[in-house]
Structure formats: C-alpha cells, structure tokens
Design a protein. Structure first.
Length: 459
C-alpha cells in the first residue's frame, strides 16, 4: 500500500482515532489475519462468532502494526469505525484514486475467472509491476484487500469479480474503478441464487457499464449473451474469440496431447501459439488475455511466445501432473459448475486420447432448480465423450451417474462412491499405468482424491 498517516487513514474511512498518533505512518500491508501482520502494517479486526479479531489487537500491534481498524474499543492504538468491511472498501478507493497511472483491469464470468485472471496477470507482468489476487479472492473482502496491495510502483491491478446477485459487481467497481473490463462467459453457475441466466447476464454486464468512455471492454465473441453487452458500455469494445469478426481471434486451432495450438490474429499482425496449459477451452481464455495485453500495448511480435509460456498459477485448476507409474492426473478440483465440468471433460478426452480415462466427479453447488438437470447433463457428456471409468462422489452427485447411464451407446463403467475415501480406494484397486484421471467438484474436498494420488506419486 502507499504510505499513509493514521490521520489520512481515519479520514479516508470516516473513522475516529483513539489513543493513536495522527502523524504515525502506515508503511506496511493491511491485514485481517494477525499472523500476517508485518512492521508498519494496519490490522483490521473483524468481529466474528467463533474468532473475533478484536481479541488479537494486542498481538497485531506487538507484531508491528501501527494501529488497528476496529468497531469497538481495544487497548492499543486504533481507528474506530462502524463497519470494517466498508472501511476497507473506502480505504482501497482512496489508495486507487491516489495512483492516477494505475490501470485497473476487472474481469468476471460464470466460469474460468481465476484462470483467465492468472493469464492476464502473467502477460501484464511483462509490461510492468502487476498486482492480482491469489486464487479466487474475488468478493467484497478480497477485492479491497487486493487493491490495497497496489503502490506507486504498480502499473496494473488485475481484479477478479464474483457476484451472487445484482449490484455486487457495481459495488466492486466502485471500490476500484476499472479501465479495462473483461467478460468471459454467462452460464448457470450460482443460478440458484440469481434465479435465471438472464439475471446472471444482467449482473455480469454491470462491469462493462462501469467502464469509462476511454476504457476498453473485452468481450467473448463466442458467447451471445456476452457479445450483446457491447450495447451496455460507453467504452471501446474489443471482441475476442474464434468468431470470424472477432478483433482478436484464433484460427487453425488444433489439439496435441490435450494442449491447443493456434494462430493468433490481431489488427496488428499474426503469431503462432502453442499453449503449455491443458484444455481446448484455454483457447478462449488465452484470447481474452491476449486482447487485454494487446489493448495495453503488448507487441504482437512477442505476444505469441508469451502466450505459449503461460502456466497454471492458482492451485487445483487444470493442474496436470504425471506419476512415476505413468498415470496422468488432471487436478481441477477447486470448484465446479456445468460449464467448467464440460470444459474439464473435454480436456480429459483430449489429454487421454488413446489411453484409459477416469472422471472422478463431485457435487456442483448453487444450481437451484437446475440441480438435477445440471448433474445429469454432466454425466451424459462424460458418457458421450467416451470416459472409460466414472466415479461419482457422494449421494448428492448421484444424478451424474444417472445421466451417464442414460447414454445407450456408452461402453464405460460407473460407480457411486460414498465419499472421497471410497473413491480413492477404487482408484487404488483399479488404476493401471498410463491411465488419465480427472478430478473435479464444488469445494466439497474432492481434492482429497488428488492429494491421495499425488502422495502416492511422491512416495
């Protein structure tokens, strides 16, 4: 964060200084975990039912915090506010406004946000100092927390924006106003909370509505609902995708052992790309990243090579590793929705061409009335793609198995595992050298299966 006096912090957040020197300076990071506090930092004491940050105020100051942002008095220098989350948002906006040369890139979508964020950040880091959140820290806490990482040296701030209702993205855009906005796709993730796909599209489009007239809206040319958002922004629109009219597009797309190769086409020239990350769906993700980089001055002559060097950054997202016994594991276990399940299954089919394939699939959350249909759809796709062995983890995911069984032409086998341990036991009994295993689910510890497979690889 930029260096601020406690008086400036208090003014920015609308708080009151208590037992604190107004001239004392915050020179470190803003943290809400007392274990991460460093000298010169600011500690945010969030209240909680199980853990109350106020109880760690003295610990934080002992670790070097200059003061504590608190909603009730504590026995150390503090800034008293009514709402710590609102205060963090206000402080983040104050910091961003003090950095006029900072370019904020915001992105949203129903799936692929974290991967695309990582791709964009990797490219922009070649142009200048870049700050981006770790993993999927994309909510009302993660957004300001990440923005507060920016300082005078930061050239690009890449922010992933999640939403579970209308107005959420508008709020995030007010915390750190983006000049470049990226919309990846509109799908059924969180449809149980939104109520309809149209409502999801309306919420995602809040990002492009927030862009200034001199900004850039990078839209997925291959998603009709995203393409339609061009009418909702005053910014310059750049379409990216495989559509013939896309400003930044891919031609001659082909797969080699599950990884895509293509020719990147931009208004300023062409470049060959050979991706090092797995999955046919990464073509679209990398095109969006290329469009952002191109709009911000990345030379086309260097862009193809840079795209080819992109790698997985956030954990458990299309992380492919090989065991000593020749088994290949695709760890995409962090989260899941129908669209990301489909992308992962296609990646499994591409990576496992000519080999025996396994799909270990868990429950997909927040689908509402679409829950059974969404799970059955995933099962049908797995069978249609010819997955050889399907392990469905948990009774809540059982419709996946039913969907696969409904495909009369499928010659594979499926099993409903009661839990992750049962899934691991099946794999240990039946895996053969050369098999390819995909593991995916919605944060219900499906990754325990991956950890077991990795532990065996390392032993």
């Amino acid at each position: 964060m930029i260096v601020l006096s406690l008086a400036e912090v208090a003014s920015a957040v609308g708080g009151r200084l208590v037992d604190a020197d107004p001239a004392a300076q915050v020179t470190g990071s803003v943290e809400f975990d007392s274990r991460k506090v460093t000298p010169g930092g600011l500690f945010v004491a969030f209240p909680g039912e199980k853990v109350d940050g106020h109880d760690y105020a003295e610990t934080a100051v002992g670790a070097g915090a200059v003061a504590v942002l608190a909603s009730r008095p504590v026995p150390v220098p503090h800034i008293l506010v009514d709402d710590q989350l609102a205060a963090m948002a206000a402080l983040a906006r104050y910091v961003v406004d003090r950095l006029p040369s900072l370019v904020v890139v915001g992105l949203t979508g129903s799936s692929g946000k974290t991967t695309t964020k990582d791709l964009i950040a990797q490219l922009l880091a070649r142009l200048g100092p870049t700050v981006a959140p770790a993993g999927s820290f994309n909510n009302e806490l993660g957004h300001p927390y990440t923005a507060l990482r920016a300082d005078e040296q930061t050239r690009f701030l890449v922010l992933e924006m999640g939403a579970r209702g209308g107005g959420h993205i508008t709020h995030l855009c007010a915390v750190a106003p983006p000049r470049v906005g990226v919309v990846i796709n509109v799908g059924v993730a969180h449809i149980g909370e939104f109520g309809s796909v149209d409502a999801i599209a309306a919420a995602k489009g809040e990002l492009v509505e927030a862009l200034p007239a001199d900004g850039v809206a990078v839209l997925n040319a291959d998603d009709p609902r995203v393409r339609a958002m061009a009418a909702r922004t005053a910014a310059r629109v750049v379409l990216a995708g495989e559509a013939p009219d896309a400003t930044v597009r891919a031609t001659d797309v082909r797969l080699a052992t599950g990884r895509a190769e293509y020719t990147l086409v931009t208004p300023d020239g062409r470049a060959p790309v050979r991706l090092g990350i797995a999955g046919r769906h990464q073509v679209g993700n990398t095109l969006l990243a290329a469009a952002v980089a191109h709009a911000l001055g990345f030379p086309v002559g260097e862009l193809g090579a840079a795209l080819s060097e992109l790698r997985v950054v956030s954990a458990r997202r299309m992380d492919v590793f090989d065991r000593a016994d020749g088994v290949t594991v695709i760890d995409d276990s962090y989260n899941a929705n129908p669209a990301s399940m489909a992308a992962a299954l296609h990646a499994l089919a591409g990576t496992g061409a000519g080999r025996r394939t396994w799909a270990v699939l868990g429950y997909m959350a927040e689908l509402g009335e679409y829950e059974r249909e969404g799970h059955e759809e995933v099962g049908r796709l797995a069978a249609t793609l010819g997955v050889d062995r399907l392990i469905v983890v948990g009774e809540t995911a059982a419709p996946i198995q039913a969907g696969a069984a409904s495909v009369a032409t499928w010659g594979g086998e499926s099993v409903l595992a009661t839990d992750q341990g049962a899934a691991v036991a099946t794999l240990r009994r039946e895996l053969r050298p050369g098999d390819v295993v995909l593991v995916k689910g919605s944060r219900y510890r499906t990754w325990d299966v991956v950890d077991a497979l990795r532990a065996e690889a390392d032993s």
